[in-house]
Structure formats: C-alpha cells, structure tokens
Design a protein around this ligand. Structure first.
Ligand code: IPM
Ligand code: MG
Length: 353
C-alpha cells in the first residue's frame, strides 16, 4: 500500500472546519484506492501566534519540509489585525510559500453548468469558461526589498529578476501546451519597468513554444475583460499581486469564492489551499463551503502524489453532488434542492464518491 505523509495546516476561522471536511474525503479515498495517508497537524497563522508567539513555528516549517504535500485551510482574522506586520498571520503563510519555494500558483476556474445562475454574470457570458490563472507566488511586491512603514511614509518594492520571470513563464507556457494553447500574460508594462522586463521575457520565450498563441494585456484591461468575456481566456500568466486580485475576480465567474482550489508548486513540496480566506464573519457557524478545500485535496492527489484516478473521483463526486442540487448557503439561492451545512455537503460528496 502506498503511504503519503501529509502536513495538515487548518489555520484560523473557517480553515478548521473546511480542512476537517477535506480530511474526511481523503479518508474515504484512502479506503477506496488503497492509499495510506499519514496526516500530521501543524499550527500556522493566528492560532500559531496565540500558542507560540510566531505565525510560522519552526516545527511547522520542518514538518512541512519533511512531508509529501501540505494541505492548508486559511489564516487570519480581526484578532490579529493590529499586530506588527512580521507577526501577522499572513506573514506565516508568505514565509511558508517562500521557504518551500512554491513559486507557481495554479488557480483553475471552471464553471459547473448547475451553477450557471449562481454567478452575478449572465449565464451566456460564463457558460463554458475554463481558464487557469498561473500566478507567480514567491516574488514581486509581496517580497521585494526595501520595504518599510515609517511614520509619515511607507513603501514597497516590486521586483522580478529575469530568472524568476522565466521559471513562472515556463509553467505558463507548459500549462497552455496541455490546454487550449493560449497564453495571456498580464502586466502593467505601460507604467512599470518590472512589467516591461516581464513582457520581454515572455516574448522571447514564445519562440520556444511556437504552437502557443501569446497575448499581452494590461492588468486594468484584464480585470475588465475577465468580467466582460471570460471565455476569451485559457491560461492567464501573471505576477504575485496581479494574480491575487485577478483570481478573486475570476472566482465570481464561478458563482462563489468557496469553489476555487489552488496548487502551489515549484519546490519539493507543494501546498494545496482554497483561494479564499478565513471568513471570520461566518467562522464557527458550520456553514462554510468546504468544496474549494476538497478540490484542493484533489489537486494534491493529482500534482504531488500522482494519484490521478483518486483525484478524478473527488472531482466527479463534487460535480455529482452539485448536479443533485445540494448547496451550501453561499450558493443557496441557485437551484438548491437542499441547503446543506459544511458537514452535510461533505456527507453528500462522500455518498457520491
Ligand atoms: C491568497 C491570499 C493571500 C495572498 C493572503 C492571505 C496573504 O489572499 O492566497 O490569495 O495574498 O496571497
Ligand atoms: Mg487572495
């Protein structure tokens, strides 16, 4: 029997409840597919600050580095909003991404026909959308130096080296090659030097991928185009901060931010997490949508563990559950036969697995 060591980081807010549901799904996968998961739990974020004073304790960092993959929920909350930046929950996550060198964040956006009405956009605009945001995750303005907050002035630095752009662009091109062979690189080259270099590198690399149709779009236009006509996109390649913003916008195409999974790759160990946050407003009420996290577990099976059948089984079970009309509250007004809480929707997914 195959055995995998999975580092589990539930985090804060709804992170706890959604990861618990993903673990239930993985336990069922374990018995169905004869795979053994060794789950080890670690603290990160606000709960880690409370317990140890550090948003990313050494034990967590070591544990994740020694695992086959990291399954992560969400971090942060109002309780920690006023602590110093390096002690904020978010700093823990950013440090983990950086330490694990997961420079490539894949955020797929696909539409379930059952949820066509759930989007705030018209069904005819979104039917058939199937795109992938490839977001650079360990560089750019999130990590650039110098940075500081002084009394009357504050600054950050957006910086990318040619090598950093090259390696993420390679992921973008290779993703396009196994999809519809269209790559849209999003930047702000009309204003930012860092974007000019980004564009140059992407253009130079396009010669190695003659089959891929490359386009460039400014971030402001891309945000507009994503709402106007999301079907024009196949792979969107972009920097850390633009990808953060565009992927939240793209999630609304799918009806709920509670639906989108992600994989962060590039180093030895991948991190799998929903694209949404810890939702302090609904935390603890047991009504959050666990699907993004369950689908992140499926991405983990696919990308880190190469358990493709198991990954597909989860995706199918989620699809079936939606087809049958089971919805969490975020999607309750859209063709729900039954509105489910966090545990109940997972019960249905387990039934369909
Ligand atoms: C995300 C989140 C994070 C980010 C936060 C929590 C630091 O918004 O994964 O998109 O900005 O990358
Ligand atoms: Mg975000």
């Amino acid at each position: 029997m195959k055995n995998y060591n999975i580092a589990v980081i539930k985090g804060d807010g709804i992170g706890v409840e959604i990861v618990d549901q993903a673990l239930r799904v993985l336990n069922k996968i374990s018995s169905k597919f004869n795979i053994n998961f060794d789950f080890k739990e670690y603290l990160m974020g606000g709960c880690a600050i409370d317990a140890t004073g550090n948003p990313l304790p050494d034990e967590t960092l070591k544990g994740t580095k020694n695992s086959d993959a990291v399954l992560f929920g969400a971090i942060g909350g109002p309780k920690w909003d006023n602590v110093e930046r390096h002690l904020r929950p978010e700093s823990g996550l950013l440090k983990l991404r950086s330490e694990l060198e997961v420079y490539a964040n894949l955020r797929p956006v696909a539409i379930y026909d059952e949820l066509l009405d759930a989007s705030t956009l018209k069904p005819e605009v979104i039917k058939g959308v199937d795109l992938l945001v490839v977001r650079e995750l360990t560089g750019g303005i999130y990590f650039g130096q110098p940075r500081a907050k002084e009394d009357n002035r504050a600054y950050n630095t957006m910086v990318y080296s040619r090598d950093e752009i090259t390696r993420i662009a390679k992921i973008g091109f290779e993703s396009a090659m196994i999809r519809d062979k269209k790559l849209c690189s999003v930047d702000k080259a009309n204003v930012l030097e860092v974007s000019q270099l980004w564009r140059e590198v992407v253009d130079a690399m396009s010669k190695d991928y003659p089959e891929v149709q490359v386009s460039h779009m400014y971030i402001d236009n891309a945000a507009m185009q994503l709402i106007r006509n999301p079907k024009q996109f196949d792979v969107i390649l972009t920097s850390n901060i633009f990808g953060d913003i565009l992927s939240d916008a793209a999630s609304m195409v799918s009806g709920s931010i509670g639906m989108l999974a992600s994989a962060s790759l590039g180093g030895k160990v991948g991190i799998y997490e929903p694209i949404h946050g810890s939702a302090p407003d609904i935390a603890g009420r047991g009504i959050s949508n666990p699907i993004a996290t369950i689908l992140s577990a499926a991405m983990m099976l696919e990308y880190s563990l190469n358990e493709i059948d198991a990954a597909n089984a989860i995706k199918q079970a989620v699809k079936k559950t939606l087809e049958l009309g089971y919805r969490t509250t975020d999607l309750a007004s859209f063709g729900a036969r039954q509105v489910c809480n966090t545990t109940e929707i997972t019960d249905k997914i387990l039934e369909n697995l």
